[in-house]
Design a protein around this ligand. Structure first.
Ligand SMILES: Cc1ncc(CO)c(N)n1
Length: 234
């Protein structure tokens, strides 16, 4: 018998696992729309307007700030040593490679520090910050994992697009940071962790709340790309 997994991804995710059911639930079409977004098309083509990309990265640096807090929350609240160590290692990678990309990109795109340091948040960036800091304040591993699985797996799904890489560093490096073996295995770890802790969270009566959190975060991912183009004429 052959069966095709309805989840199109390079990760191993059973459709009837907790994470598979979340992925295929009410926000599935928004996930697919984010992965196939104009932003991703233009990034791979190397044709994205420099001002549009700069605006996206300025907002995403604020996302990155809150994202680091979530990883710190996972070091604090994960239920076992080997998981804490995985988050600690990822924090080190982000401090080097991802922060390095942002700094290089701001220089290459001519974004001065006063513009990236403390910008007015877009609707989506503000929504994400409150959602992420809420998960940090909740101090529950499952809540943090829901946010992280979406943020990382959705970016892997577009990053692994089968297309040639663009020439410029500002384009290609943002793709490289979200594809490849190291990033895929990090995403697989997050998915496997959420599947592992889900039954206990469900037994504690938290499934509906976590599912609602999933749906809000996927909507924010799509909106994050959408707002990037608002106020920019074609
Ligand atoms: C909005 C957003 N979602 C996900 C990622 C990847 O973690 C990112 N850098 N920005």
């Amino acid at each position: 018998m052959t069966s095709t997994n309805p989840i199109q991804t390079t990760l191993t995710v059973a459709p009837d696992s907790p994470v598979g059911r979340l992925r295929l639930g009410r926000s599935a079409a928004q996930w697919d729309a984010a992965v196939g977004h104009r932003f991703v098309d233009e990034l791979f083509a190397g044709s994205i307007d420099d001002g549009v990309l700069a605006g996206y990265l300025v907002q995403d640096y604020q996302f990155f700030d809150a994202f680091l807090s979530m990883l710190g929350g996972c070091v604090a609240h994960a239920d076992r040593l080997e998981s804490k160590l995985r988050f600690a290692a990822q924090l080190g990678m982000l401090a080097a490679d991802e922060d390095g990309y942002f700094q290089q990109a701001f220089t290459q795109l001519g974004v001065p520090e006063e513009q990236w340091r403390d910008p007015e948040l877009s609707r989506a960036a503000a929504g994400f910050q409150s959602e992420m800091y809420d998960a940090v304040a909740q101090a529950e591993y499952a809540d943090l994992l829901v946010m992280l699985v979406i943020a990382e797996w959705l970016y892997l799904d577009w990053g692994e697009r089968d297309a040639e890489l663009p020439e410029r560093y500002v384009h290609s490096e943002w793709i490289e940071l979200h594809r490849g073996e190291a990033f895929a295995s990090w995403c697989q770890f997050l998915v496997d962790e959420l599947n592992r802790v889900w039954p206990a969270a469900e037994a504690a009566g938290r499934a509906a709340e976590l599912t609602a959190r999933w749906e809000r975060a996927v909507a924010l991912e799509l909106d994050f790309f959408d707002v990037t183009y608002e106020g920019h004429a074609d």
